[in-house]
Design a protein around this ligand. Structure first.
Ligand code: DC
Length: 227
């Protein structure tokens, strides 16, 4: 029998804190990290760089340019990084909206699905996205689903942007995130859905650190981590 590496998945809507939790857990466990949203974002950067319309016709050539690899940072293994784009640009509104549109193409999803599977390596993987627990790693040992109201998620994103030196109006960002939520939840292929056996982490009234602590508690209680 093939001994597959264990996977912990974290899914949820934009701005729900998936990325931070994913990094904290992979650091805690010393496991690999997959930030699947990064793949869609880097693909979006490549489309924007080439200045070509987002259509199926151009997908093959752009997908071939997708540079992905593991990197070692601060002693732990982390995600794909494309050297050519800054984190600030990757997280910009333009790239974010383009990524969300690209994520509706089944061709893109199938292509990235295969790449995402490659991140499953021993000692284990913490993967975050929209369909990690439902489609990509349905046999994950623990599936977290992060929840927060749209208003709270907008406030957090505004804070992130502020720290980067950008000021956006609340209602404008709210409108954009609402549209993204709708696209992520209602697209035909692999829409955001909570896995049947997911553990809901409601982050509305607790701090990020508390979310991490709760998640670690669940992890410690799991049979896989008991000796
Ligand atoms: O998690 P994120 O905000 O970095 O994701 C950017 C976009 O990529 C998001 O709007 C939807 C898409 N995405 C997806 O469809 N499936 C995933 N597993 C991860 C991201």
């Amino acid at each position: 029998m093939i001994n597959l590496a264990p996977v912990i998945t974290i899914d949820g809507l934009c701005g729900s804190g998936k990325s931070g939790l994913c990094q904290a857990l992979s650091r805690h466990l010393n496991w690999f990290t997959l930030e699947s949203g990064m793949m869609y974002r880097i693909l979006a950067c490549l489309f924007l760089k080439k200045n070509i319309p987002i259509s199926e016709k151009f997908l093959t050539s752009v997908l071939n340019d997708l540079d992905h690899h593991f990197i070692y940072k601060n002693g732990f293994i982390c995600n794909i990084i494309n050297k050519n784009f800054s984190k600030k640009y990757i997280m910009s509104k333009k790239v974010t909206n383009t990524a969300s549109k690209l994520a509706t193409f089944v061709y893109v999803r199938n292509y990235l699905f295969k790449k995402q599977k490659l991140f499953r390596q021993l000692p284990g993987l913490v993967a975050n996205g929209r369909d990690m627990g439902t489609v990509v790693f349905p046999d994950a040992i623990i599936k977290f689903f992060l929840e927060a109201t749209l208003e709270n998620r907008v406030s957090r994103r505004l804070e992130d942007f502020k720290n980067q030196g950008y000021n956006f109006e609340f209602h404008i960002l709210l409108d954009e995130m609402k549209k993204r939520d709708e696209r992520d939840q209602n697209r035909q292929h692999s829409p955001l859905k909570m896995a049947d056996n997911a553990i809901i982490l409601d982050s509305n009234n607790i701090t990020f650190l508390e979310v991490v602590q709760i998640a670690i508690k669940y992890i410690n209680q799991h049979d896989y981590f008991k000796d």
